[in-house]
Structure formats: C-alpha cells, structure tokens
Design a protein around this ligand. Sequence first.
Ligand code: SAM
Ligand code: SF4
Length: 435
Amino acid sequence: MTPKTFRIKNFGCQMNVYDGERMSDLLGAEGMTAAAEDEEPDLVVLNTCHIREKAADKAYSDVGRLLREDGSKPLIALAGCVAQAEGAEAKRRSAMIDIVVGPQAYHRLPEMIVEAARGGRPVDTDMPAISKFDALPARRRASPSAFLTVQEGCDKFCTYCVVPYTRGAEVSRPWADIVTEARSLVDGGAREIVLLGQNVNAWNDGNRGLAELIRALAEIHGIERIRYTTSHPADMSDSLIAAHGEVAKLMPYLHLPVQSGSNRILKAMNRSHRTDTYLRLLEKVRAARPDIALSGDFIVGFPGESEADFEATLSIVDEVGYAAAYSFKYSPRPGTPAATMEDQIPREIMEERLARLHERINTHQLAFNAEKVGVDTQILIERKGRRDGQMIGRSPWLQSVHVESDARPGDFLDVTLVSAGANSMAGALRQKVAA
Ligand code: SAM
Ligand code: SF4
C-alpha cells in the first residue's frame, strides 16, 4: 500500500535539518501529509548522521524501535550519511529497512517509495552529477529563520572526518537557484536566511564568492538578516571579512572551527591552519566587525594528544574568548586515516578533558553574555517559550533571548537585554516593531 502519512526524524547537523525539510516538501508535493504526533505514520524516514560514535549501531536500534506491538511496522527509509556509508549492507543488517537513500539521492524518494510499497527494497547512494536540487519542489513554508544549503561536500580530508566520504566532493549550487530559493523562503515567511554548507565559505561560481552572494541576498526585499555556517579558516577571504563590516544585514556572528590549539595536532589532523594564522584571521574579522560573536568547534582526545596539547587548546579558548563553542570527544570513523593512528586516547582521559573544556567554554560564554547586559537590541522571535506569555527570539549575536510578549514568530522586537546565563539571556520589551 502506498503510504499516505510520514514522519521524518532528523539527527546531526543543520544540513540534515535542511535535507529533512526538503524531503518533507517533496513528500508533501506527492500528496502525503506529515503524521500528527500521536499518530502512527505509514512511512518513517530516519535522516541519520555519521559524524560521531556508533552512528550506524544507533541507527539500527532506532529502526528496531519502529516495530509495533502487533508485529506490524511502517515503511522505513534509512536516509542521510549512515545510509550513504552502509549502502546495501543496511538491508542485510536489518530486514525491517525498506529503502536506503543517501544524502545526494533523496530527490528519488517518491519513486523509491512506490517500489518499496510493491515489495521492492531499493537502494540509492549515487552522487549524481545532476544536482538533486533541480528535482526538488519549490519551498512553500519557512520558519522565521530558514536554512538554505548553498554548498555541499568537502575536499579537505581532515584525517578524523567522514564527510568527504559520505557527502562527496565539494560542490556549489548555482547563484540563480540560491536567489530563487531565498525569495521563496521569504514568501513562505522567513525573515532570516542561514546559508549552509560543510564549508560554506568555499562557495563560488567560478567568478564570485560567498561575499558577493551575501551582498546580493541582502538586496532582496523581506530578507532582514543573513548568517552562514560552517566556515573553514582556509576559505575566509578578505572580501568575506570586509562584508562583515559593510553589509548591515549580515549578522555579527562567525562560526570558525579551529579544532585544536596545538600545532602538532593540527598538522596530524591535516588542518591547513596553525594557531597563529587562525588568530591573525580572527584579528582581521574583529577589525572589520568589532562586536562579532566568535564561535568554534573543538575535538579533544585526537590520537597522540598529550596533556600539553590539550592545555594549548584551553589557551586558545582563553585567547579568543568565544561567545559559543562546541566540543566533541574524538570518535574514530571507519575508513578515515586517524582511526588507525597509534596512541588512541583512553575514554576516561577524553571525558576528563572534555569536562574541563566545557567548563572553560561556559565561562567565556557567560562573560560574553554578561557584557551584553544593558544593551538595547532587536530580536527575531522564533517560537513560544515554556512559560505562558513567554517568547524566545535571537539577538544579532545568536543569543537565545527570553521575553514576556504577545509577539508572534517572525516579529522583530526592540528589547533591552536585562540578564545573562551561559546559554540564554532575558530581554525586556521596549516597543514592538512592525512585522
Ligand atoms: N567543515 C567544518 C570544519 O572543518 O570546520 C566542520 C564540519 S563537521 C561536519 C562538524 C564538526 O564535527 C567538526 O568541526 C568537528 O569538530 C566534529 N567532528 C568531525 N569529525 C569528528 C570525529 N571523528 N570525532 C569527533 N568530532 C568530529
Ligand atoms: Fe570534515 Fe570540515 Fe575537515 Fe571537511 S574541512 S574534512 S567537513 S572537518
């Protein structure tokens, strides 16, 4: 039987959230509807992530949990990077999986569903030259802050990372397609566009780079804010840095992962920057936009990381004073060079280092937020808060701001930031700005 209702479960990064939204548009265009929370869907898509530990094992146990008490099950599609990495093997490991579809092939989902409904078990992990984006329907609804993937894949081959294998080579979407999608997101209710890519600042069309794209998007009526993530230090061009000082709609926030504060480890990771080049880059960014909120990613416990290497990571965190940062325990990914390096770090040491790093990052997050107390700013309302009458919005620096207000998602509010925690702030209303 062809399914009528579906549920998409997203794991991992913002790019997966974006892919999940596009799959939802695609299934909607086929006449299917998203299942209500208390409803058993006819089709479940598990949009998996392979970046860290035991991703495949977790995906199979998620599949197992879809078995209902009466022994029946929905149609199950394994999508995302675990699907890409496992391919046809997924069907051997779990008889419950009906469809295996990689992140570059999900535009084929409708025909794969028809095949599966007839009893087939299709697998597609191709990375076709023809862009899947051409085959996807136009965006119809959008949240106030909407993701727009402009670049996919990666050619950098950091020794720990699985992305070049699961997402393929670096590809930039065409300029015109991006502008068209941005316009339809605005028509669908978006006020902020977040440009996404594994290395989003590598986006180019041969002549123009991300800075030019951002300047063009800033001209579109209805787009009030622009952000982009994740950037690589090697692709942080002077024109992009200049845009931070010149394009008012480009928000003062930059996510620029360094991964480690030790040059020895950066070299072993095959990162192209060293701590001095990274810090010089940030100096230039701060010169262009002094109030910029800086954020980054860190891996602790990369093979061979000594206590001194780890302390160098703590030092760079102090030196930069990140407004936010994400830190992860190193996870050996099958097929990556680091997975077979000697001197893998024991779990207890990784956990102890991660806790110390978290604490240090929290201190800086809190300090950044505390400095903003008393500042008048504008927030973009995204959703309701937990308490009655409470709404949650984002400041230009991406802080989550709680405010008592009857505003709706998509409204801009003028607020004074009145108190700070490490992960959120409270705002007091000044006056409502027309939506
Ligand atoms: N392209 C971005 C860059 O190079 O900075 C990062 C994209 S990656 C999908 C997101 C983050 O996952 C990385 O910045 C890294 O901190 C983390 N990550 C990737 N592979 C990892 C691994 N094997 N173990 C732990 N963390 C990992
Ligand atoms: Fe992975 Fe980023 Fe390195 Fe590419 S640049 S291999 S996505 S960590």
